[in-house]
Design a protein around this ligand. Structure first.
Ligand SMILES: Nc1ncnc2c1ncn2[C@@H]1O[C@H](COP(=O)(O)OP(=O)(O)OP(=O)(O)O)[C@@H](O)[C@H]1O
Ligand SMILES: [Mg+2]
Length: 397
C-alpha cells in the first residue's frame, strides 16, 4: 500500500492537489481513498458534493467515482465515539504534577488527539489493506509537523510510561493514587488504553518507510510560503519521513506578461521558482499553473492532475534518499542526518539511554540507536552540505 501525505501552508492548494492526485490514481486503476484531517473540511467541496451527500457521509468514506472514495474525519466525533475515556484519562495523567519528573520536558508536546486520531486511521487502512493508496490531506504545516512527530513522541511515552499493563499498574497507579484530588482510574481505563496502543502499534515504522509513505509538499511561488515549506522539509527529514516531491502550485502563466500589473508578479514568481529549485533540489519539483478559475469537480481535478504529474505516475515513489544513516569509518561511527536547512546555531544534540535527540528550533527528533551504538555518545556535530554529521565515540568512564 502507498500512503501519500499532502502538506503545506494554509491555502496553497493542498486539498485540491491531494484530490487531483486521488482522481488520477483512481483513473489509473488504483483503489484510492482521500482522507481529510482538516477541521475546515473542503474535500467534499473539491469534489462538488451537494449538501445532502455531505450530510449523509457523517465522517464515513463516500464513493465519488469507480475507484475513488473520500472521507472527511470529524475529530470531535471520533474522540467522543471511540476515545473519550482514554483521552480524559491521558489528560488527567499528564496534568498530574506527580508525573513531572518522568515526563519532564516532553510534556510540552503532549500528544494531540487530532494527530493521534489521524495515526489511528493510517494504521487502520494500512492493516485492512482495502485500498491501494491512502491519500492524507493534512492540516496546514504546523499541525502536520506535529503529526509526523507524534509516533516518536508516543513511542517515548509508551516505552517510559505505558509499556505494558503491568508497567501501567506499577507506575501510574501509585502515583495517581497518592494524589488525593485525582480519582484512580478503574480497570476499564487500562483496558481502553491498552487497546489504544495496540491500534497504534507499528504506525511509526509505516511513516518512515520510504517505499510506503511519501510526503508531497505543496507550495506557491511566494516568499512566506517558501520559508514555511523549507522548514517543513527539514522537519520531515529530521523525522525520517521521505519527501518525494515539492509541488509549486498557482504559477502564473507566461501570457500574464501582457498586463503591466501582473508582469511584476510574474517576475517575482520566476525569481521565487529559482529559489525553490535551489532549496529543494534534488527532490523533484512539479510546477502547476494557476487555472482560470477555482478547481472543483472530477473533471477539473483530473485536468489539474494532468498538469501536476504529466507523464509521471503519482503512485511511484518520486524520489528517495535515506534521511539518516550510520557511517562506519575506521571503527568509528558517524550519524548522518539529511537536514537541508539546519544551521549550526540552533542545533542541539543530546544522548539519552538509547537515542540521539536532535533539535532544530522548536522541533526535535529521537533517533533510536542500533544496539551496537547504544554505549556511544556524540562527540561533535558538523553541519555541511545539507547534512548534520554527528561523530559518536565510546562513553567515557
Ligand atoms: N492551480 C490552481 N488554479 C486555480 N485555483 C486553484 C489552483 N489550486 C487551488 N486552487 C484554488 O485555491 C483555493 C484553495 O485551495 P485548497 O482549498 O486546495 O487549499 P488548501 O491548501 O487545502 O487550503 P487550507 O489550508 O485552507 O486547507 C481553492 O478555491 C482552489 O479551487
Ligand atoms: Mg485544505
Amino acid at each position: 500500500m502507498r500512503i501519500i501525505l499532502f502538506s503545506g501552508k494554509g491555502g496553497v492548494g493542498k486539498t485540491t492537489v491531494a484530490s487531483a492526485t486521488g482522481c488520477r490514481l483512481a483513473k489509473e486503476g488504483y483503489k484510492t481513498i482521500v482522507v481529510s484531517l482538516d477541521p475546515a473540511h473542503s474535500l467534499a467541496d473539491a469534489f462538488d458534493l451537494n449538501h445532502k451527500e455531505k450530510y449523509e457521509a457523517k465522517g464515513l468514506p463516500v464513493k465519488v467515482s469507480s475507484n475513488l472514495h473520500i472521507q472527511e474525519i470529524d475529530i470531535q466525533e471520533e474522540i467522543d465515539r471511540y476515545w473519550g475515556d482514554v483521552y480524559r484519562f491521558l489528560e488527567l495523567l499528564f496534568n498530574t504534577t506527580g508525573l513531572d519528573e518522568m515526563i519532564s520536558e516532553e510534556l510540552a508536546i503532549l500528544p494531540g488527539m487530532e494527530e493521534i486520531t489521524s495515526l489511528l486511521y493510517v494504521n487502520k487502512y494500512y492493516r485492512e489493506g482495502e485500498y491501494d493508496v491512502l491519500i492524507l490531506d493534512l492540516p496546514p504545516t504546523g499541525e502536520s509537523l506535529r503529526f509526523v512527530s507524534m509516533p516518536t513522541v508516543l513511542k517515548w511515552y509508551m516505552k517510559k510510561v505505558f509499556k505494558t499493563e503491568k508497567m501501567i499498574m506499577k507506575v501510574a497507579r501509585p502515583v495517581v493514587g497518592r494524589l488525593t484530588d485525582v480519582p484512580l482510574p478503574d480497570e476499564s481505563y487500562f483496558k481502553a488504553l491498552e487497546n489504544f496502543y495496540e491500534k497504534l502499534k507499528g504506525v511509526d515504522e509505516i511513516l518512515i518507510d520510504p517505499d510506503t509513505t511519501s510526503v508531497r509538499i505543496v507550495a506557491n511561488p511566494e516568499r512566506m510560503v517558501i520559508k514555511e515549506s523549507q522548514r517543513a522539509y527539514m522537519y520531515f527529514n529530521l523525522f525520517g519521513v521521505n519527501v518525494d516531491a515539492v509541488i509549486v502550485n498557482k504559477v502564473l502563466p507566461q501570457e500574464m506578461d501582457e498586463c503591466r500589473h501582473l508582469r511584476k508578479w510574474l517576475e517575482l514568481q520566476t525569481e521565487h521558482i529559482r529559489e525553490i529549485e535551489a532549496y529543494f533540489s534534488p527532490t523533484p519539483i512539479f510546477k502547476v499553473p494557476l487555472l482560470e478559475g477555482e478547481v472543483y469537480g472530477l473533471e477539473a481535478l483530473e485536468r489539474l492532475a494532468e498538469l501536476v504529474y504529466g507523464n509521471s505516475n503519482p503512485y511511484e515513489v518520486l524520489h528517495k534518499e535515506e534521511p539518516y544513516s550510520f557511517i562506519k569509518e575506521n571503527g568509528a561511527y558517524t550519524l548522518r542526518i539529511k537536514a537541508p536547512f539546519a544551521r549550526k546555531e540552533n542545533l542541539s544534540i543530546l544522548k539519552s539511554e538509547e537515542e540521539i535527540v536532535v533539535r532544530a528550533g522548536n522541533f526535535k527528533s529521537h533517533i533510536l540507536l542500533p544496539r551496537k551504538l547504544r554505549d556511544m555518545e556524540p562527540e561533535k556535530a558538523v553541519v555541511k552540505d545539507g547534512y548534520i554529521y554527528i561523530t559518536l565515540i565510546p562513553l567515557k568512564g
